[in-house]
Every structure is written in C-alpha cells, then in structure tokens.
Design a protein around this ligand. Structure first.
Ligand SMILES: *Cc1c(COP(=O)(O)O)cnc(C)c1O
Length: 368
C-alpha cells in the first residue's frame, strides 16, 4: 500500500456486519443496492462479502448487471432502471431481472424471451422520475398477465423524502402503494419500498424486503440511528513534497491563499482528477499525524496543498487521511460532503478510477 500515491481501503467485514445488522433489525429479506460500483466500494468484492446475506442484488443499469453475472454472482440481480428496448435481449441472455414501467417494454421482453422471465414493476407513487403511475398500476398489472412468458415477481416504489424529519409525504406514498396492492394478488411476490432512510426509520415501508444502499457501507442517510453501522471506506493520500512559503506568498492556481507569515506546507497527492472535490479549495481538512490540517489554495487535478505547523513531524511518503480515522481523529464522509457542499452519496461515487481499492477481507476479522 505504501506504493500508492492515493488509495482507498475497504473493510469488507464492516459491510457484511452492516448488512447483518440491517437484516436483524428489519427481519426482512435484503435487496442489497450495489449500483455505481457499490457506491464506489468495488462491486465485485462487495457482492462476494455479502454472499449468504443479500437475498438479491440491485444495480442501476443493464451493464452493471452483466458485470456482476460475469463476476460469478448467482443471486438474482434486479436492474432498477432498465428501459431501453434494444437491451431486452441482453437482459434475457444474462438472466437479469428488469424493472418494468410500461406495456411496450414488457411486450418487447416477452417477444424476445424463450423461457419465463421474472420482472419487477416500479410503481410511481410520487417520486415522479420513473414507474407506472399508481392510479394506472393495477390496469398495467392486469394487462401484463396476458404476456405468457412474463412473471411479475416483484412490485416496488421509491420514496422521495424518507430522509427528512417530516414523514407525511412518505406516508402518503405508502398509502398510494398500498392502495394498488389491495387491488391485486401479491402472494409469492417481492414487495419493497424502503431505501436506507426508510429501512432505519419507517417500519411501515418494509413490506417483504428492504432495499438499502448507503447504509450497507456504514453511512447514515438521515438523523435516525437505531443501529450501529461501521463506515467501510478509508481514503488516504501520501505526502509528495514539503516546502515553505515566505510571508505574503501565495499557493496553487490563482494564489488564492496568501501566507500571513512564514508557513510550512505539504503537497498531498490527491486532486479532483481522483474525485477529491475542488470545492474543498481553502475549506477542506485532512489528517496528518493524527491531527487536522487545512487545505490551502485551490485543489488541483492531481495534488492539493495543506498548511503544516512548524512542529509537525512529517516526511515525504507519510499518509494523509482524507476520509476515515487516524489516531483519535476522524473525518467522516458526511463532514467532507458538507464542506464540499454536497452529499455523502456523491463523494463516494466520485472517487475516481485512478484510486485503487484495497480490500480488507471479511475473514481477516475472524468473520466469514
Ligand atoms: C439508489 C436506490 C436505492 C438505495 O438508496 P439508498 O438511499 O442508498 O439506500 C433504493 N432504491 C432505488 C430505486 C434506488 O435508485
């Protein structure tokens, strides 16, 4: 690991324990959301770590689903946003479970399939980005029965405000969803609605299975914390240069930081080309030697600069922690996101392909 200018360490045991804690807490089947490379954590290793715990995996795209099949995943793989007609044959070829929201795509799948194909139907109850409108869902489901190769194995909806303190819109969505369920027969189906926020806070949204993403990786989407989750990701970068600024001298592009007096500085080998947000220019902090040190000047594509104290005992090659713990200090994803003016989801999924993922396997902790 000493050889990487920047890398992330993924604690697969933490992901496994988070998933177990969620299953125990909810008592429901688990559809583990592993889209966007498992929120930047590395989807192949994450799905391996969740074997025997996740009852189904969910991805966003057909390509993500194919990647999992090619990696040997045998569990059902739900594609949350499948809808392109010319992907029907890929879905069938790779044994993926597509999401249906209209008759045309369902009909197309039925025409291409040679055996029975399981699908889930997304019912739009107010998120208003995808799905069959709840007032038209029963009619579509009725019509789908005429497609002889299609089996509606699941019904789901997605909540727009589960992470907010005011849950009234969530309950309105659940009510609409339930009104559809009442009109049809659901025996043997997977009925699901709960993202991480609802999984941690809204039992009424559970139905048969929960569908969390973020919380699997140890991050809370909202203020409710009924169970303990362990963050799985640590992001480090190495110091590549140590220098000093004399009084009044500026640093990095645009010289936006001016040294008020003689100042020691260190260049840290991470930049926006690695997904470290440029918005952290002059506002970010990193951990060096177990203490917080400030980013000064603009974050560049490949490197950033931090201000050191005269007494800091640091050398080129030392690790700075961008996300995670060092000694007694910690920078959480949430803190970094808040400083950058975004959300934890975006920080995690933007960690670039230039940043190697190093896995600490679940078995290293005595867990299998
Ligand atoms: C991303 C996504 C989830 C998971 O959301 P989290 O907030 O990460 O738990 C669940 N369902 C759908 C449809 C999604 O797009």
């Amino acid at each position: 690991m000493d050889a990487y200018r920047t890398h992330v360490e993924i604690n697969l045991g933490a992901i496994r324990r988070n998933a177990e804690a969620i299953k125990t807490f909810t008592g429901k089947r688990l559809i583990a959301v592993v889209k966007a490379d498992a929120y930047g954590h590395g989807v192949t290793s994450v799905t391996e770590a969740l074997q025997g715990i996740a009852d189904m995996f969910a991805v966003a795209t057909v390509e993500e689903g194919i990647k999992l099949r090619q990696a040997g995943v045998r569990e059902p793989i739900l594609v949350l946003f499948s809808s392109l007609p010319n992907q029907a044959s890929l879905i069938i070829e790779h044994g993926l479970v597509p999401t249906i929201s209209d008759w045309e795509f369902a009909n197309r799948l039925n025409a291409v399939a040679s055996n029975t194909i399981s699908v889930h139907v997304n019912i739009n109850t107010g998120m208003n980005r995808y799905g069959v409108h709840w007032t038209e869902a029963a009619q579509l489901l009725h019509r789908l029965k005429t497609l002889d190769r299609l089996t509606v194995e699941g019904l789901f909806t997605h909540l727009a405000t589960a992470d907010e303190a005011d849950k009234s819109y969530v309950f309105a969505q659940i009510e609409r969803f339930s009104s559809v369920l009442k009109k049809i027969s659901n025996s043997g189906r997977w009925v699901h609605a709960a993202n991480s926020a609802a999984t941690l806070a809204i039992r009424e949204a559970y139905f048969d299975a929960v569908r969390p993403g973020l919380s699997l990786y140890g991050i809370y989407p909202a203020s409710e914390r009924p169970i303990t989750l362990e963050p799985a990701l640590t992001w480090k970068a190495r110091i590549g240069w140590i220098g000093s600024l004399s009084e009044g001298e500026g640093v990095s592009y645009g010289l936006t930081y001016k040294a008020p007096h003689q100042t020691r500085v260190a260049m840290v080998q991470v930049g926006y080309g690695d997904g470290y947000p440029r918005a952290l220019s002059n506002v970010g902090e990193v951990l060096i030697g177990g203490v917080r040190r400030s980013i000064i000047g603009r974050v560049c594509m490949d490197v950033s600069v931090v201000r050191l104290e005269p007494t800091d005992n640091v050398s080129v090659g030392d690790a700075a922690v961008l996300i995670g713990k060092q000694g007694d200090a910690e920078i959480t994803v949430d803190e970094l996101a808040a400083r950058a003016g975004t959300i934890s989801y975006e920080i995690l999924t933007q960690i670039g392909i230039r940043v190697p993922r190093i896995f600490k396997h679940a078995s290293a902790n005595g867990k299998t």
